[in-house]
Ligand binder design. Structure first.
Ligand SMILES: [Mg+2]
Ligand SMILES: [Zn+2]
Length: 175
């Protein structure tokens, strides 16, 4: 039997799902952006796996620990629960830019790891983020891309926020 492939929305964290605090180093500072919870709930109800893919070079730079980042993600999962949104996977790159790892976006390593593990079809999936590196990583993984910002930066769509991005993704699916 051929395993059924799933569709996913890969999400950048800072500036896309939560407020970008520039090397957020507390758990209490994790704050959903307006409309983000509702948007993720709608995507989940439409059958998309939600996968967080976040560069956390603050770990490699020695600004904070992996334990802190994991506590932030536990907090984020809690904040999303009331919206019916749950991450199928949370991937983070702990490396500093100089480490030349394969996971730091714009490298697609985090997306590819989750794609393999969760049996995701990239062509049915999307990457949403607020940096050109998010778009590059999404394209390199074979996904369609949504850029959160005023210009599209080579993405398939640009949107002012995650709510608008989710609306576009859901309209693509319907059409
Ligand atoms: Mg970001
Ligand atoms: Zn890395």
């Amino acid at each position: 039997m051929t395993p059924h492939l799933q569709k996913a929305v890969f999400l950048d964290r800072d500036g896309t799902v939560i407020r970008d605090a520039n090397y957020l180093s507390t758990v209490e500072g994790v704050a959903l952006l307006p409309g983000a919870g509702e948007a993720l709930g709608a995507l989940a109800r439409a059958g998309f796996l939600l996968v967080l893919v976040t560069n956390q070079s603050g770990i490699g730079r020695g600004y904070f620990t992996a334990e802190l980042v994991e506590a932030q993600h536990a907090r984020l999962r809690e904040l999303l629960k009331p919206f019916g949104a749950e991450f199928a996977a949370v991937e983070y790159c702990p490396h500093a830019p100089g480490a030349e790892c394969g996971c730091r976006k714009p490298q697609p390593g985090m997306l590819l790891a989750a794609t393999g593990r969760l049996r995701v079809a990239p062509a049915d999936s999307f990457m949403v983020g607020d940096k050109p590196a998010d778009v590059e990583a999404g394209r390199a993984a074979g996904c369609r891309t949504v850029f959160i910002g005023p210009a599209c930066q080579g993405a398939d769509c640009c949107a002012p926020d995650l709510a608008a991005a989710a609306e576009w993704i859901l309209s693509r699916r319907a059409g």
